[in-house]
Design a protein around this ligand. Structure first.
Ligand code: GCB
Length: 611
């Protein structure tokens, strides 16, 4: 199991924070073995002293920042560095204070040094990691602090997502040492430091983690909590719940306990209640006595009181049936790639609201905490997916499985307190018809349930219902299908028959509720043809209409949701089936609507008003 919590860093009266976003020094290691940086110990001195550096924005993917195709397609180590001055009050008394370096995410494998000393390493993009750097900073008063982060985007059979490196050895076709990265998923493998890097302080006795589990009993909201404190065995804990207008609602002493809220304002999904996303503020205060020093730490966590339950045919939130009408997204934008960008984040939420979408799936990896915060706040329901996309034949081994379990631990640790997260998805479109998939998914799903017994668990399948090995273990069946696109291309007339059969087959076999977790068609905006032809706006519109007519009938029975593929066009690897990326968005990559966006908008608002 992981050690320690991963609370989102915040300024409070006892904690300070310093963002390190902006321009960093950068160099890709293009040496033949890609290991010059380690051989020559680039972390020992300022990066500019070991060779030329580029200016690189953080957070951002590095791929699309320059005009260099070699950097866009680069595979291997890239080096980032930033020098920063720390306030002297941060570094003068390490008996009572600690300084933590936190990386929101970096893709894929990272090694971190501070002032030339390696302080941590982390495997996996899309999830945060942090390290207490106090011991390295000791005695550094009056000197800037140099942070070096080397990031390697190479994917292997054991990474999540998986990939392979292909060495091209035919000397008549490729130069010596030529290799390519083969990936098993349909989005560009953007790389670099994708989310904010920051330093923050806490007292040396500090609130390390908080776990909240809410429940509703009659007219009472129950907030079960557990606070973990590190740094001393002698401390007191006081927790207090405040309403949105600042009123004290309940308070309690002790690291473990329960708060009762009479007539609670429940956390409701957007469009289900006129007061969506109600968040209380859960204040944790600790006091410790260390060698005569009284140390205090304070942290505030938003808490939504809500309850999720799955029955044979329904998904219930606070006891009421919830129908997912939403989207699949990507973290994907022009120039920035997967880099966190507030402008794009707020724009996307405005588009979700315009659309009347009440939910999305974080296809195909965990999204930034900053995005998840807004889901909590607005009442957007989330299926929280881990980066287990494209798990196939060589990826079911024990090493991959063990890593997958750790990734689920990191994901649950990060998002366990979020009311918006109503279900975990452990994978997308694995080769779940293979015999080894049965044990694999049984294990990953059981582990996830053990980490969090309050939320259902699923994975997203495109396997044949008769051969899928993992479905017995999920709570909700999620199915992707692309009728009239990847099968029977151009034949809109077969969609309805095939879709009825899809739902009947899965439901009759498993008697579990079903989400249509993907459907759609590539569409080049501005391409028109009637009768509809593939890639035109009319064709995408017709695919949607055929799917919707079956969904309308089935949603009163076993179908509990529909998520379009995709919210917006996004970048992919270059292949003959992708025209500067995947064009199945109902919005372009620049977030302008195609015709289908209006169809979906009509539908989603009607659905919202009919439930
Ligand atoms: C899928 C995948 C998704 C792809 C999509 C497509 O089934 O889950 O990652 O982008 O199909 O457009 O091919």
């Amino acid at each position: 199991a992981l050690s320690g919590g991963m609370l989102y860093p915040k300024e409070t009266p006892t904690r300070e924070l310093k963002e390190l976003n902006g321009i960093w020094s950068f160099r890709a290691d293009k040496s033949p073995q890609r290991d010059e940086g380690f051989q020559q110990q680039w972390y020992k001195r300022p990066l500019r002293e070991s060779g030329p550096v580029l200016d690189m924005p953080v957070p951002a993917s590095y791929n699309d920042i320059t005009q260099d195709i070699g950097l866009r397609e680069f595979i291997g180590w890239v080096w980032y560095e930033k020098e920063v001055w720390l306030p002297s009050r941060w570094v003068e008394d390490f008996a009572t204070k600690r300084v933590v370096l936190r990386v929101g995410s970096a893709h894929y494998f990272s090694v971190v040094w501070v002032n030339g000393v390696q302080v941590t390493q982390h495997e996996g993009g899309h999830l945060p990691f942090e390290v207490n750097i106090s011991s390295v900073l000791k005695g550094s008063m009056g000197a800037p602090c140099r942070i070096t982060i080397a990031v390697n985007n190479t994917l292997t059979v054991n990474t999540l997502p998986p990939g392979t490196i292909q060495f091209m050895t035919d000397p008549t076709r490729y130069p010596k040492g030529y290799f390519v990265q083969d990936i098993q998923f349909d989005f560009f493998n953007y790389a670099g430091i994708h989310r904010p890097v920051l330093l923050y302080t806490t007292p040396s006795v500090y609130i390390d983690d908080i776990t909240i589990i809410t429940d509703i009993s009659e007219n009472t909201g129950l907030v079960n909590y557990e606070v973990s404190v590190v740094g001393s065995e002698y401390y007191s804990v006081t927790v207090t719940l405040h309403s949105q207008d600042g009123q004290e609602i309940a308070t309690s002493l002790g690291a473990v306990g329960q708060l009762k809220v009479a007539n609670p304002s429940l956390w409701w999904p957007y469009l289900m209640n006129e007061n969506p996303g109600y968040l209380y503020s859960f204040e944790v205060k600790i006091k410790a006595n260390t060698d005569g020093d009284i140390l205090e730490d304070l942290y505030f966590l938003p808490v939504g009181i809500r309850k999720v339950h799955v029955s044979k045919q329904q998904f219930l939130i606070n006891g009421k049936p919830f129908y997912f009408h939403g989207v699949n997204k990507h973290e994907d934008y022009d120039i920035r790639g997967k880099g966190l960008d507030w402008t794009m984040i707020v724009k996307d939420f405005n588009l979700l609201k315009w659309l009347g979408a009440n939910s999305f799936r974080t296809s195909h990896y965990p999204y930034a905490e900053e995005i998840m915060d807004l889901c909590d706040k607005y009442g957007i329901v989330v299926i929280d997916e881990c980066p287990g996309v494209g798990i196939r034949d060589p990826n079911f081994g024990n090493k991959s499985l063990q890593h997958h379990l750790v990734v689920m631990e990191e994901l649950v640790r990060r998002d366990k307190n979020r009311p918006s997260v109503v279900m975990w998805s452990v994978a997308n479109e694995p080769a779940s018809e293979l015999p080894e998939a049965g044990y694999y998914f049984k294990t990953v799903i059981a582990h996830t349930r053990q980490l969090d017994s309050t939320r259902p668990v699923t994975y997203v399948s495109n396997a044949n219902f008769e051969r899928d090995q993992g479905a017995p273990y999920v709570d909700v069946i999620c199915v992707n299908s692309y009728f009239s696109w990847y099968h029977d291309a151009g034949h809109l007339e077969v969609i309805q028959l095939q879709l009825y059969n899809q739902f009947d087959n899965w439901y009759n076999k498993y008697e579990k509720p079903i989400i249509q977790s993907e459907y759609g068609a590539d569409t080049i905006p501005g391409f028109h043809n009637d009768p509809p032809l593939m890639f035109t706006e009319e064709y995408q519109a017709m695919v949607l209409k055929h799917y919707h007519s079956v969904l309308d009938e089935k949603r009163k029975k076993c179908v509990i949701g529909e998520l379009i593929w995709n919210f917006a066009d996004f970048m992919t690897t270059q292949t003959v089936t992708r025209v500067v990326g995947n064009k199945k968005g109902i919005f372009t990559r620049q977030r302008q609507p195609k015709s289908s966006a209006f169809i979906l908008r009509d539908r989603y608002w009607k659905l919202a008003n009919s439930t």
